[in-house]
Design a protein around this ligand. Structure first.
Ligand SMILES: C[S@@+](CC[C@H](N)C(=O)[O-])C[C@H]1O[C@@H](n2cnc3c(N)ncnc32)[C@H](O)[C@@H]1O
Length: 432
């Protein structure tokens, strides 16, 4: 097993075949030792965070790009350059192991070529880096369409900050199950194990770990004392604020993080209905419910066509955690920016709109709908809500929570704001 060759294969699957990293990586990691698993992960995440820059270096150093059956070697070279530029792996080891990767990929005859490209990079890196830094898409390692969208939404300076944050590693956040402990009690359990974590304001169950760890090293994970969920995503259940006796719908629920959090916070619901379009992802909802010993009615259905699965009783609260560009979680999923296309955004905006209008019909008069996305693009967020409010006479914006002092505001969280993912929330009420 050559770890560099394995990373090259995964990258080829993601970049050339459009498979997501979260599908491609676990499939190949199964047979690896924990140390190799961590190295493959570091190389794949790292290359995807810096892809256009590495591509540019590779292109500049080769007469002809590697195509067809040799394409995996292109990614092997990127893995090599990444190690030389961004890791502490000594250059002789990085070059040697990467060159051996060509043999593992059954192209031993091209070992010399790989060696040559990596050695040329070591000689010419200074001038190549200076050239890359002239171009925003290479400097920030985002596709040009996304650079443009972020600059037009936030201005050049803020967009640069956002893109820099997108290239950082995301921290591991925990959600403490309030049925067992409050977060101060759980923090004490972590401290006993020498694990450090921070708390943030207005997010009662959230802890941000200083160093990520395996979930089974967390006190009481199997017993449901704690779950892994970003701090921004944890705000959903607090903002939804379900009340005893409520009939609640989580319309785009998989893998179920917000469904179970809502149930943890409010054990006296009339019923929780968890819907999702993706049957495979619904398995994860059931697993989460089982681990946490919670109950919900799980339905495979289309949120834009509720008449296909609706029981006929209007909901008191609806969470619409809509399918979106996921541009707020690029630091967790560095492949997103390469898998998405500019044209996806308008398609997503239409899908979100269809879901929002369809769900609104199933909300009780006086009921509350919380609209959420993990996007940072205004078209999917504030613009979507503005258009909805303009077209829907019985809808009005509500304050998200008590600490907003009665202000009916939406909230756009940007990546790494209070260490959280990028997220958007708007709380809508239906007139009586
Ligand atoms: C942002 S994720 C939801 C995350 C989830 N709420 C959580 O906290 O774990 C969006 C979900 O919407 C689902 N989805 C996409 N289109 C849908 C549709 N038309 N109807 C229902 N679910 C849909 C996707 O399968 C995906 O699971």
């Amino acid at each position: 097993m050559n770890v560099r060759a394995i990373a090259a294969k995964v990258l080829n699957q993601v970049v050339e075949k459009g498979q997501s990293l979260s599908q491609a990586l676990p499939a190949i990691q199964q047979e690896l030792s924990p140390k190799d698993k961590a190295l493959v992960q570091m190389l794949c995440y790292g290359v995807l965070r810096t892809l256009p820059r590495l591509d540019f270096f590779c292109r500049s150093l080769m007469k002809k790009p590697l195509t067809g059956k040799q394409r995996d070697l292109h990614f092997l070279i990127l893995v090599g350059i990444y190690q030389l530029l961004y890791t502490r792996i000594p250059s002789h080891a990085a070059v040697g192991e990467t060159v051996n990767g060509a043999k593992a990929l059954k192209k031993p005859a091209l070992k010399g070529m790989i060696n040559g490209v990596l050695r040329s990079f070591l000689r010419e890196q200074e001038s190549l880096i200076a050239q890359a830094d002239q171009q925003p898409a290479l400097l920030y390692c985002h596709p040009s369409w996304l650079v443009k969208r972020l600059q037009s939404a936030y201005g050049e300076e803020k967009a640069a900050e956002i893109m820099t944050e997108n290239n950082q590693q995301a921290p591991m956040w925990l959600r403490v199950n309030s049925r067992f402990h409050d977060r101060e009690q759980y923090l004490a359990l972590l401290t006993e194990q020498d694990k450090q974590a921070q708390i943030t304001a207005f997010n009662d169950n959230a802890l941000c770990l200083e160093n990520a760890c395996d979930v089974y090293q967390l006190p009481g994970f199997a017993e449901g004392w704690v779950s892994v969920q970003d701090g921004a995503a944890q705000l959903a259940a607090h903002y939804l604020d379900a009340q005893p006796g409520d009939l609640v719908l989580d319309a785009c629920s998989a893998p179920g993080g917000k469904t179970v959090h809502t149930l943890e916070l409010q054990p006296e619901l009339k019923q929780m209905v968890a819907v999702d379009f993706d049957e495979k992802r619904l398995v994860r909802v059931n697993e989460n419910l089982q681990r946490l010993n919670l109950q919900a009615t799980v339905i495979h259905g289309d949120a834009a066509k509720p008449d296909d699965w609706w029981s006929g009783e209007q909901f008191d609260r609806i969470l619409c955690d809509a399918p979106c560009s996921a541009t707020g979680v690029i630091r967790r999923h560095p492949d997103i920016r390469w898998l998405r296309r500019d044209s996806d955004i308008s398609e997503l905006v239409t899908l979100q709109k269809n879901i929002l209008y369809a769900l609104w019909q199933k909300l009780k008069p006086g009921g509350v709908l919380l609209y959420a996305t993990c996007s940072i693009l205004p078209d999917e967020n504030d613009q979507q809500i503005k258009d909805f409010l303009a077209a829907t006479s019985d809808a009005s914006l509500m304050p998200l929570a008590a600490h907003y002092d009665g202000q009916a505001v939406t909230r756009q969280i940007l990546p790494n704001e209070e260490k959280m993912d990028g997220f958007y929330y708007a709380k809508l009420q239906k007139a009586l």
